[in-house]
Design a protein around this ligand. Sequence first.
Ligand code: F6P
Length: 319
Amino acid sequence: MAIAIMCSGGDSCGMNPAIKSFVDYCYEKELEPYFIYEGYDGLIDNKIKKAKHKDVSGILHLGGTIIKTSRSKRFLEEKYRKIAYENLKSHNIDKLVVLGGNGTFRGLHTFAQEFDLSFVGIPATIDNDIYGSDYALGVDTALNVIKSALDDIRDTSFSLKRAFVVETMGRNCGYLAAISAIISGAEICMIPEIKTNLESLEKKLKDELKHGREYILAVVSEGANQTDNLVSWINDKLKMESRSIVLGHIQRGGNPTVYERLMANEFMIYAIDELLKEKTQSIIIYKNSKFKFIDIKKVMDKKQKIDKNILKQLEKMTK
Ligand code: F6P
C-alpha cells in the first residue's frame, strides 16, 4: 500500500522529525512510503519519489524540511489540481499525510472535494492557529527562539535605559507574542485579539517610571500591525528612547526542541494508524493532552481562539 507525505506553506521545526517517523513507521507497517517534494507545486510537477530509510537518517536535529515546501499559486487552479491528482494515481497513492497550516488545509479541502482521496493533515505552523488544536509543530521551537532573543534584547535595553519593541511572527494570530510576553515579563503586548487600552497603559507605565522603572520591553504580534506606532507612542508619551526589532524568519528555524520531536512522532503514528483504518479526510489535533481527529471542513469553517486565561493575563498588563 502506497502512502505519501508532503509539506506545504511556511516550514516549521518538527517537520523533519515527523518525516523521519513517517518513513520509519511506514516500513514497520510494511507500507510503501513516498515523498512529495516541494509541496503542492511538486505534486503538480510530479516530484514524487519512494522514500528510503537512508533519506531520513541524521535529520532529527534539523529545522526546515528535507522534502522542501512551497506556497503554490498554481494549486488554486482546478486544471493543476487535476494534474496533481493524476500524478498521485500514477504512483498508486491514495493516502496522504500533509503537514502545514490553514492555507495548506484549505487547498487540501478543495482537492478532496474534487477527487477521491484519504488524508490526515498534521498542524505544522509557528502561528499556532489551527482550529481545535492547542499545539502545532514548530510552535515550541519558535517560542524558544523568541525567548532567547528577548533575553538578549533585555541586556541592551537595561544598559541603555531604552524601550524595545519586538515584533514576532503570526499573520493573524497573536499566540507567539502573547506567550512570549508572559514568559519574558514584558511590560506591553499587542496582539490582534485584544484592543490595547493606551490610556491606562500610559498611566501605569508613567507611574512605574516615576518609581524607578528604567527600561521597557514590548512584544507586538505581526498581525497587530502596531510596531512603528508603538515606537512613536513610547517616544512621545513616555519620553523614553525606543527601538524596534522585527524578529522575522529566524523564528521558523533552529534545532527542533525535545517537545517538538516527541510530538512529531506522536502525531505521525496516530495519523498513519487512522489512514490504515478507513477513508478519512481529517486533521489531527492535540487538545487537553489528547489526540483527536476533526473533519477538515470543521477546521476550515472555524477560527482558532487563544485560550481565555492567556488573554486574561495580558489584559492585566494595562490595568
Ligand atoms: O508560516 C507562518 C508564517 O511564518 C507567518 O507567521 C508569517 O506571516 C508568514 O508565514 C510569512 O510568510 P513568508 O515566509 O511566505 O514570508
